[in-house]
Design a protein around this ligand. Structure first.
Ligand code: DC
Length: 221
């Protein structure tokens, strides 16, 4: 008897679109596991930095990726036993993650690690290539986005709430540079898959976005 594959909801989209929050809330509502694939790219960038490896050295970064010593424990992420949950959220590491994510060998080294998150009863995975590469047979695929100005505004408010200094013009420029790099790269670029629903949250709150995903899930064929 063949087993049913683990159901996966793939949510892709650009930086600061709110996909992480929506994905986590959907996972909670369904009792599914959650994969923040961006965190894995951020961890690789941080580990490379700690090892003195340049973010442009494809062979060395892919080796770092392959041997990444990571433990996900709810909200806490340990790298080689050290809590790096906050460290990986910095703008610097976000930019490093986007740079190493453009390297094909690094993406290949991280593929199985991401797929291993698909466990019963199901998984909600967020990233850039969940629908196209990591979980191509996911029964529900969503491309979650918002206008660049709405996303910059959200990131700005997030940083201010955390007590970090923030400049809206700098954030907007960083966000646009990151989007451009994620969209333009040769491997697994950020794009809406043909069979993905588009969810534009520019004028939509989190609750409405979560409700829409759950509705699509209940209506899936
Ligand atoms: O979602 P995030 O901002 O934490 O992701 C950080 C970077 O990692 C992002 O700029 C692009 C890259 N990334 C990717 O290439 N593929 C994924 N599935 C997730 C993230």
């Amino acid at each position: 008897m063949t087993q049913n594959p683990i159901p996966v909801i793939a949510i892709d989209g650009p930086s600061a679109s709110g996909k992480g929050t929506v994905a986590q809330r959907v996972a909670q509502a369904l009792g599914f596991h959650y994969l923040d694939s961006g965190a894995i790219y951020r961890l690789t960038a941080l580990a490379a930095q700690q090892q003195g490896v340049s973010w442009s050295d494809e062979d060395a970064v892919s080796s770092t990726a392959q041997y990444l010593d990571v433990v996900f424990n709810g909200e806490t992420i340990l790298l080689a036993g050290v809590d790096v949950s906050n460290t990986i959220r910095s703008e610097e590491i976000g930019s490093g993650a986007s740079q190493i994510a453009a390297l094909p060998k690094v993406r290949a080294a991280l593929l199985a690690r991401q797929q291993a998150f698909a466990n019963a009863p199901g998984l909600v995975a967020d990233g850039r290539d969940m629908a196209s590469v990591v979980f191509p047979v996911a029964p529900l695929k969503i491309f979650l986005t918002a206008s660049a100005s709405a996303r910059a505004e959200r990131r700005y408010k997030q940083l201010i709430t955390r007590g970090e200094g923030a400049d809206l013009a700098v954030i907007t420029a960083d966000l646009e540079a990151r989007d451009e790099r994620d969209r333009a790269r040769a491997v697994a670029p950020l794009a809406q898959a043909n069979d993905a629903y588009l969810l534009d949250t520019t004028e939509m709150g989190i609750d409405a976005a979560v409700a829409q995903v759950l509705l699509w899930w209940s209506q899936r064929k």
